[in-house]
Design a protein around this ligand. Structure first.
Ligand code: NAP
Ligand code: ZN
Ligand code: ZN
Length: 351
């Protein structure tokens, strides 16, 4: 298959920093769109994957799944996009398209979904490379259309941080009578607050960080609870219909279960792994409560969210960086020092 060598940033082992490297992209086939990448958001999953936190990374890793760019070439069979269109790509670039999940627009739960990076590359062999690169080639069915009124850097995080929190807000039918809480104010957390507030919910943030209270309120939170303060946790008992937990590492879910209302749901989107400490079932039983999980969102749902953001003027609060600053950005992310999403200006890769 004909390929093109393009500039990218990635790492070759869990210990290694990310650095400039060359990767191959396929030339467009019938249904492909080639995209010149303008901006790419930095998700905590990029850091987990680069460092092999989930034990499934294959190297080199080229992260990045909050991609915004301009179409530079289309295959002969492409009907949805033209050269010059501003488009986006999120966390998935293909799926089987025939299973029940795919038929129901839940491609993210297809057993054969292909992640934007680290998934099997059925065209070139080996694995897929993400958006920390000059360009990407994606089947048009997995490319998204951007609203034309929003800042391009600010819209990038909607492709993962946005959809990952929007999908549970939709699934659990959050609206103006809902009480929603968000655990952790980082990339996902700040989008969760904005989106839940836009849906009219009463929004509370649980945070360990006392220095984020004002920011949370400016983002749309009605209240902030410092999760390390027992008295504040006590006052929140039995309050929430839905809690979206974005914390990336193992932590105690039990105090949050206590703050769910009867029939309430705590949906974990952040941490992947065994719970430590274990869940105590008594509070679940006593209030018919649910602890659930949720993975990103399907293509149609992501398009709906982009359109919703266009209509309601919602973008992410971003700190734009050059690709050469990515290792420092990862370090700050580990210290919860993100306000509230790093987005890479991909022009910098051409330097
Ligand atoms: P982030 O920007 O680093 O934010 C995480 C926030 O969680 C931090 O700002 C901090 O908020 C809190 N936190 C961090 N470490 C903590 C700890 N050890 N204990 C308690 N709280 C902690 O990360 P992100 O990009 O939002 O991603 C969050 C997680 O979601 C990651 O694990 C990522 O892999 C995962 N993710 C999942 C999906 C999915 O589909 N389910 C999609 C995307 C990302 P405070 O300072 O307010 O406490
Ligand atoms: Zn992500
Ligand atoms: Zn499928």
């Amino acid at each position: 298959m004909e390929v093109k060598s393009v500039k990218a940033f990635g790492n070759t082992s869990p210990e290694a920093d990310l650095k400039a490297m060359a990767i191959n992209r396929r030339m467009v086939t019938l249904k492909d769109v080639e995209i010149d990448i303008l901006y790419c958001g930095v998700c905590h999953s990029d850091l987990h994957f680069a460092k092999n936190d989930w034990g499934m990374s294959e190297y080199p890793v080229v992260p990045g799944h909050e991609i915004v760019g301009k179409v530079t070439r289309v295959g002969d069979g492409v009907s949805k996009y033209q050269v010059g269109d501003l488009v986006a790509v999120g966390c998935l670039v293909d799926s089987c398209r025939t299973c029940n999940n795919c038929k129901e627009d839940l491609e993210q739960y297809c057993s054969e979904w292909i992640a934007t990076y680290g998934g099997p590359d059925k065209h070139l062999g080996s694995h897929t490379f993400g958006g920390y690169s000059e360009s990407i080639v994606v089947d048009e069915d997995f490319v998204l259309r951007l609203p034309d009124n929003l800042d391009l850097a600010g819209i990038a995080p909607v492709l993962c941080a946005g959809i990952t929190t929007w999908s549970p807000l939709q699934h659990w039918k959050v609206g103006k009578d809902s009480t929603v809480a968000v655990v952790g104010l980082g990339g996902l957390g700040h989008m969760a607050i904005k989106l839940a507030a836009a849906l009219g919910a009463h929004v509370t943030l649980f945070s360990r960080s006392t220095n984020k209270i004002e920011d949370a309120k400016a983002l749309g939170a009605n209240e902030v609870i410092i999760s390390t303060e027992e008295s504040q946790m006590e006052q929140a008992m039995g309050k929430f219909d839905l809690i979206i937990d974005t914390v990336p590492y193992a932590h105690d879910l039990n105090p949050y279960v206590g703050t769910l209302a009867t029939n309430g749901t705590l949906v974990v989107v952040g941490y992947l792994g065994p719970l430590d400490p274990m869940l105590v079932t008594v509070p679940l039983i006593m209030g018919r409560k649910t602890v659930a999980g949720s993975l990103i969102g399907g293509i149609a749902e992501t398009q709906e969210l982009l359109d919703f953001c266009g209509k309601h003027n919602i973008i992410s609060d971003v700190e734009v960086i050059n690709i050469q600053e990515i290792n420092e950005a990862f370090q700050r992310m580990l210290k919860s020092d993100v306000h509230y999403r790093f987005v890479i200006d991909m022009k910098s890769i051409k330097k």
